[in-house]
Write a protein that binds this ligand. Structure first.
Ligand SMILES: Nc1ncnc2c1ncn2[C@@H]1O[C@H](COP(=O)(O)OP(=O)(O)O)[C@@H](O)[C@H]1O
Ligand SMILES: O=P(O)(O)O[C@H]1O[C@H](CO)[C@@H](O[C@H]2O[C@H](CO)[C@@H](O)[C@H](O)[C@H]2O)[C@H](O)[C@H]1O
Length: 451
């Protein structure tokens, strides 16, 4: 384990200017160009240890900049972004080179630490991973694709199965312990194999308490992304029934384990719960004008839900849940695994980690079958997704038979409301990120309001 120092510091102004132009171009950057950025902390490492045997082409000082971002588009109006950098000699312009600048101490090449092995080694060392840096980072590569964080595949990292490691460099720092550390760590310690094995995390102390900056899990070898797999199956017109049944069982096991290992919540406050759904629906209508003509029907559905919940004789139990469950958060290898316990990126950490109804995760997965049928262009999309959804629910109910204190009819109405809540969220998400996919959630909103 190497020493890690945390200081209040701002980057050299020339580095700051370089980053101000580069950051808004990065997919993981949570704010737009108008966001206000205020440097907060700089995390550095015992550089002698990192330099002992740096992998070829990866030399330089590693610094993790933590910057406070403020803007109305950010969850809660403020988030902390992590910008890991490697500062090297000006002639070194490979491996994540952002630009070369003239600083107070001379010319420096600035690299994105997410793409630079010197940074990977510093993070691994700070998590206590031993081994020769060249071996640790051999065949290391940054995962391509639309990601909120930066994940690096590191087959050379020692792991119980010998498969290697997956280093996730968090780009947005949670206010307190990170849910994607807390949950997989508890599940792994309990011996559950439904998540990639948790191997470690980098935690630092700040004036505001401890925060996590990076997570190491065991690489799941030959794994297929659950969404891509489902789209492939749909495109061949083959049923997804067996896979959905197995996934239903896994999600049910996940909920059972989370209920025992993590704090459960108070009984559901029905008025508060429905008020939350109303707030999210109002926000979605305000952000996506295509929803305006549907607003009155959404309100009517939520009124009905509120009446039903208020009439329940028994309290409804709540617990920790995944919070952003969809097929893209699963891997299929020899069986299913669930990933990414960070929760919905557009919600604050308090909201994401608050005990909730497990049916919210069920709803998320049902929405995903609809996406897979549409994106995979299943020949009969409606029946493909209905069969997958039925099989998933049947698999889930084999393990979790009760409805958290609700009767079956009320649970079905709650599930519909949560599916609607997710579809409304997706309408906003798609209108910002993938407008050509907007008809997928919008079609679902219309079906739910019609039925
Ligand atoms: N342990 C792992 N083994 C293999 N692949 C993984 C592992 N963890 C994550 N992945 C892959 O990386 C992708 C992104 O991981 P995820 O934790 O969801 O990051 P993000 O929060 O940035 O979306 C996943 O969709 C999956 O394909
Ligand atoms: O994985 P993230 O936490 O970044 O989740 C966000 O992006 C998802 C898309 O990558 C988005 O999921 C939606 O599209 C999926 C297909 O790409 C589909 O399977 C999901 O059901 C659908 O919600 C997710 O909503 C968003 O939070």
């Amino acid at each position: 384990m190497i020493d890690v120092s945390v200081q209040h510091a701002a980057p050299d102004p020339s580095v700051g200017d370089l980053l101000a132009a580069w950051l808004p171009t990065q997919r993981w950057f949570p704010g737009g160009p108008s966001v206000q950025a205020e440097p907060w902390l700089a995390v550095t490492f015992d550089q002698e240890e990192v330099d002992l045997a740096p992998p070829e082409g990866a030399h330089g000082d590693v610094v993790l900049l933590l910057t406070r971002l403020r803007g109305p588009e950010l969850p809660g109006g403020e988030v902390v972004a992590q910008v890991p950098l490697v500062l090297s000699d000006p002639e070194d312009v490979s491996l994540g080179h952002i630009g070369t600048v003239e600083t107070a101490t001379g010319e420096v090449a600035v690299h994105d630490g997410g793409a630079n092995p010197a940074c990977w080694v510093a993070l691994l060392r700070a998590m206590g991973v031993a081994g020769d840096p060249t071996t640790l980072t051999e065949r290391g590569r940054v995962l391509a694709g639309e990601q909120s964080n930066t994940s690096v595949i590191l087959p050379g990292v020692p792991s119980p199965s010998g498969a290697g490691g997956m280093l996730k460099i968090l780009r947005t720092i949670a206010d307190g312990p990170h849910p994607d550390v807390v949950v997989p760590q508890a599940l792994t310690a309990d011996g559950w194999e439904g998540v990639p094995r948790f191997l470690g995390a980098l935690e630092i102390d700040t004036d505001d308490g401890a925060v996590h900056l990076a997570i190491l899990s065991e690489l799941v070898p030959h794994a297929e992304d659950g969404f891509e797999m489902a789209c492939d199956v749909a495109s061949r017109g083959e049923p997804f029934v067996e896979q959905a049944d197995a996934l239903g069982r896994l999600v049910a096991e996940l909920h059972q384990r989370m209920a025992t290992l993590l704090p459960t919540g108070p009984p559901l406050d029905a008025a508060r719960f429905v008020a939350g759904l109303r707030r999210r629906a109002d926000r979605a209508v305000a952000e996506a004008e295509v929803l305006a003509p549907r607003a009155a029907e959404v309100t009517a559905l939520l009124d009905d839900l509120e009446r039903r919940l208020a009439a329940l004789p028994e309290p409804v139990t709540t617990q920790r849940i995944h919070g952003d469950l969809h097929l893209g958060q699963t891997l299929f290898s020899e069986g299913w695994k669930v990933l990414d316990f960070e929760g919905e990126p557009q919600r604050s950490v308090d909201e994401r980690t608050a005990p909730d109804l497990p049916l919210r995760d069920v709803a998320g997965m049902l929405r995903s079958f609809d996406y897979a049928a549409a994106v995979g262009e299943a020949p009969e999309p409606a029946s493909w997704q209905a069969e997958a959804a039925d099989a998933f629910l049947a698999g889930y109910r084999k393990t979790v038979a009760d409805h958290a204190g609700m009767d079956e009819d009320t649970a079905a109405v709650v599930l519909d409301a949560l599916v609607l809540d997710k579809a409304l969220y997706e309408v906003v998400y798609e209108s910002h990120h993938r407008p050509t996919w907007l008809p997928i959630p919008l079609g679902a909103v219309d079906r739910l309001l019609r039925d």
